[in-house]
Design a protein around this ligand. Structure first.
Ligand code: ADP
Length: 523
């Protein structure tokens, strides 16, 4: 039994063997056998260490003094034999990386291969270190570096600057924002980042980069010389969580910013003009009512007090004047009503919003409209599957009243008017194109269908405009404010309204209302 090294000294050969067996690299010594013409005929294995046994998968005694060609019959390591021959023949060492499938395990390995000449030029020491793990890490890192470089150069308007612990630039790529005095990223590599920044921003950026290297992250937008940028400055950590670098990412959002500014300006202008229009309509209708009341009451006085002094033509004129005043009164009331329908802009205005049972609301309306329904001998049916929606009850009542009244009013003379109100749920994505529809939420769809005169498709848009009428007053009474009011109400509620019709067959008005109060109303 072998004793420990401390017990008694070993021979220098066995010491060498121990040292060799401790090596992390596989080591094999080959000796060349030459033919008469001096060419190498075969390579013989003369020494094998323990690691080589593990890698090759053969015991030392099965390899020593065997021909290499017999041990490794597969042609795979041909280049290895060629390299060994070359080293033995030239006396020059060889080093390379070798990709090799170990035949016994069928596993692919990368080896760092060193071949050194030894002895009298007949032998070579082949040492091979398994670098498979290192290689795959390097390849992964290279893949990441390529991906990173590709990203930073191909994403339009993107720029990346990476610094080391001393705030020196390791990497800079993409289109540099006006923050940097240099236009060419490759020229900045190796320089302290602060030296590359324009003077007025040096202090700020010294702080951003310094704190980023201590683990702080900064996300903000800024602008330099016509460049509006979204910026990120933060640490880069390794897999142990240690900060190894700092990174600055810039995204040029100048174009989006310009567009957003233009939109904002247009929106403000529009809001201002809407506001003044509303004020105008409100004041005008309010102020018009007073003189109108006077015309009405003077007309009444004329008709009563001076009745016997007027002939039939005079009475007729007064009747027509009173009827015109009544019409104007209706017009002003409708207009006033319309002007009051401003969208809720704050929570206090939204206070009127509550969950409303449209079925109850429509049943109430049915009662209110009984006289009109009877007058026209119409049939009005309200469905039982109409969803509840959040909203302003007065506005929603107005909306459905206008639609039902129109459906009865615009009937065909020879046909009994039939009006059906029905409802169901619909997904936001199925609501027809409308800018404020929230595609992620559900909507109630309520249809008011009639069998009346119908509408030409070319007039679908026009009829929702203020004072838009397709017929004369003699044919159908009205002020042309009804559908404009309906449109306002649904838009105030974050919904939309659409019509589908066939001239001479009937029309269907579809109202889409969100099941939740939309964001723009809450904010
Ligand atoms: P008004 O009913 O006071 O005329 P509206 O704004 O309610 O005004 O309607 C605008 C126009 O749209 C109407 O004048 C009419 O020509 C058309 N219209 C509205 N509803 C219907 C309907 N159900 N069937 C046919 N035409 C309609």
């Amino acid at each position: 039994m072998e004793k420990d090294l401390g017990d008694r000294p070993r021979s220098s050969d066995s010491l060498w063997q121990v040292a060799l067996d401790q090596s992390a690299s596989g080591i094999v010594i080959y000796e060349a056998d030459r033919r008469d013409d001096g060419q190498i005929d075969a390579l013989w294995v003369r020494l094998v260490n323990r690691r080589a046994e593990d890698i090759i998968g053969l015991a030392r005694q099965d390899m020593i003094n065997q021909k290499a060609a017999n041990l490794f019959p597969s042609a795979q390591p041909t280049t290895l034999w060629e390299n060994i021959h070359h080293v033995i023949n030239t006396g020059k060492p060889h080093r390379s990386e070798l990709f090799y499938q170990v035949s016994r395990t069928h596993k692919d390995h990368w080896f760092d291969l060193c071949i050194e000449p030894v002895g009298d030029g007949q032998c070579a020491v082949v040492s091979f270190t398994d670098i498979t793990a290192l290689k795959s890490t390097t390849q992964a890192l290279m893949g990441e570096a390529i991906l990173f470089e590709t990203l930073s150069t191909t994403v339009p308007g993107m720029c990346v600057v990476v610094v080391d612990h001393n705030q020196q630039i390791l990497f800079a790529n993409g289109e540099l924002p006006g923050l940097y005095s240099n236009r060419h990223p490759e020229e900045m590599i190796g320089q302290p980042i602060i030296d590359t920044i324009i003077p007025e921003f040096k202090a700020d950026w010294k702080r951003y980069v310094g704190t980023a290297l201590n683990g702080e992250q900064h996300s903000f937008s800024d602008h330099w010389g016509g460049w509006r940028c979204e910026c990120y400055v933060g640490p880069v950590r390794n897999e142990l969580g240690e900060i190894t670098m700092g990174i600055c990412v810039y995204r040029n959002v100048s174009e989006q910013y310009r567009q957003q500014q233009t939109l904002q300006r247009m929106n403000n202008d529009l809001q201002r003009s809407n506001k003044s229009l509303e004020q105008f309509a409100y004041v005008a209708s309010h102020d018009l009512q007073e003189p109108l009341r006077k015309i009405k009451s003077f007309g009444d006085v004329l008709a009563e007090r001076y009745a016997d002094q007027l002939d039939e033509a005079g009475h007729d004129l007064i009747r027509r004047m009173q009827s015109a005043a009544d019409r104007m009164n209706t017009l002003i009331r409708n207009l006033l009503n319309y002007a009051r329908l401003t969208p809720p802009t704050d929570v206090s205005q939204q206070a009127n919003y509550r969950l409303i049972s449209l079925i109850d609301l429509l049943n109430d309306l049915q009662t209110d409209l009984e006289v009109m329904v009877n007058e026209h001998q119409a049939i009005l049916k309200v469905g039982t599957t109409i969803p509840m929606v959040p909203g302003d009850p007065t506005q929603l009542r107005q909306l459905f009243q206008n639609l039902i009244v129109n459906a009865i009013k615009f009937s065909r003379p020879d046909i009994q008017p039939k009006v059906t109100v029905s409802g169901s749920l619909i997904r936001g994505v199925d609501v027809p194109e409308f800018p404020t529809v929230d595609r992620t939420q559900e909507y109630a769809i309520v249809s008011v269908q009639d069998n009346g005169i119908g509408i030409d498709p070319k007039d679908y848009e026009k009829i929702f405009g203020l004072f838009s009428r397709l017929h004369g007053r003699q044919q159908f009474a009205g002020s042309g404010i009804g559908l404009a009011t309906c449109k306002r109400v649904v838009e105030n509620h974050g919904g939309t309204i659409a019509v589908e019709s066939k001239v001479g067959r009937g029309s269907t008005f579809r109202v889409y209302l969100p099941l939740h109060v939309p964001e723009q109303i809450v904010n």
